[in-house]
Write a protein that binds this ligand. Structure first.
Ligand code: FES
Length: 109
């Protein structure tokens, strides 16, 4: 596994996000109100909207462009919409966020 140290969980606002630029493109790190951290490509499966600018609610984010709702754990769009954003593994150790960047397509696509 190739884990990259990203920074502190405190650098990601609760119910917000932070964008990390990688060789695989922009990845949005989301932090839920209960401090879970998720990572998805910063591209909505609908028309590529910036998910990082969406509203985080529970373990989901609503895209700012046309309001698709994306599950942050899986990257899958909530029905009736269909599609998914590629997700990446994240872990948090002692307040430090690590990200495993892997290129590839969404598993549910
Ligand atoms: S681009 Fe995200 S809902 Fe349309």
């Amino acid at each position: 596994m190739d884990w990259q140290q990203i920074g502190l969980i405190e650098d990601i606002p609760r119910q917000g996000s932070r964008v990390v630029r990688t060789s695989s493109g922009e990845i949005a790190l989301f932090r839920s109100v209960d401090d879970k951290v998720f990572a998805l490509n910063n591209k909505c499966p609908h028309k590529g909207g910036p998910l990082s600018q969406g509203i985080v609610h529970g373990n989901r984010v609503t895209c700012p462009l046309h309001n698709w709702v994306i599950d942050l754990e899986s990257g899958v769009a909530v029905a009736p919409d269909v599609g998914c954003a590629h997700r990446h593994e994240v872990r948090v150790a002692h307040g430090v966020v690590f990200l495993e960047v892997k290129a590839g397509a969404c598993k549910a696509a």
